[in-house]
Design a protein around this ligand. Structure first.
Ligand SMILES: Nc1ncnc2c1ncn2[C@@H]1O[C@H](COP(=O)(O)OP(=O)(O)O)[C@@H](O)[C@H]1O
Ligand SMILES: [Mg+2]
Length: 252
């Protein structure tokens, strides 16, 4: 399919006896903001790690820009990775580096020249409302600012496809709303494609073009925000309304 950037086909992944992904098929389409939702521990992070070659699926195939990458070697993935942005869950900054050094890191690793790096870092910090923080250390920043620096580090290399793994988890509702607004702004500004993991329904409804809901190793819903709001799918209802009772059996 032409407008699909990344496709996972029948992805299976187990850890020992535990079958986490039971044959997931997922497309990420050009310029969309796809939200991947589901309860904690359902396999959201494992899914994206499989999609970007950080974990190998037990079964299934992965295509990036219509080329099969399933059995790529680490060296072959090197060619693909510059096109991918990844904000890991927890998104830790290097706390012994300044904001500037943190954001410059992916460009330096790529061997870019200092002047070009400087220009790009200043540009992205400005876009993210972080002007003047260049010389601060992460522990001098608020939680929301740290997330924005982590976003800046993810986006500075202008990726074609950006994965954000729980970019707002642990933030207060107002900071979350601001980060969501920023994500929408960045999507427009860069015309880039996002796959965002969250378990925050409110946040998902604000930012998503399309939502997939993961549970029990399968995708139990795939649709737009409106479709999700109107859906009578029992998984959707339980998750959206945050109910203990329903088809999602979760042990606490
Ligand atoms: N490297 C690993 N080794 C063993 N089990 C793992 C590993 N990574 C994840 N898991 C397990 O897979 C399940 C899904 O984890 P994860 O994808 O992190 O969930 P979430 O949906 O919260 O992101 C969990 O039960 C987790 O313990
Ligand atoms: Mg996770």
């Amino acid at each position: 399919m032409e407008n699909v950037i990344l496709r996972g086909e029948d992805i299976h992944k187990s850890f020992g006896q535990k079958e986490v992904l039971k044959g997931i098929t997922i497309d990420i389409r050009k310029s969309e903001l796809l939200v991947i939702m589901g309860p904690s521990g359902c396999g959201k992070s494992v899914l994206i790690k499989n999609l970007i070659g950080l974990m190998k699926p037990d079964r299934g195939r992965i295509f990036f820009e219509n080329e099969e990458v399933t059995n790529y070697t680490e060296k072959e993935w090197f060619k693909v990775r510059p096109k991918l942005g990844m904000l890991f869950q927890g998104g830790a900054l290097f706390d012994y580096m300044t904001v500037f050094e943190n954001v410059a890191f992916p460009l330096e690793r790529r061997g870019e020249r200092f002047n070009a790096i400087k220009e790009k870092v200043h540009w992205i910090l400005k876009k993210l409302g972080l002007e003047g923080t260049e010389n601060l250390m992460p522990n001098e920043l608020s939680g929301g600012m740290r997330r924005r620096v982590a976003l800046a580090r993810t986006l500075v290399a202008n990726p074609l496809l950006t994965f954000l793994d729980e970019p707002t988890t642990g933030l207060d509702p107002v900071t979350t709303a601001n980060i969501d607004k920023l994500i929408l702004f960045l999507k427009k500004e860069f015309d880039t494609t996002f796959a965002v993991i969250t378990h925050d329904v409110k946040s998902a409804f604000r930012i998503a073009d399309r939502i997939v809901l993961l549970f029990g190793g399968n995708i139990v819903f795939d649709g737009t925000v409106d479709e999700m709001k109107r859906s009578d799918n029992p998984y959707v209802r339980q998750f959206v309304e945050g109910k203990a009772e329903g088809p999602m059996k979760i042990e606490v």
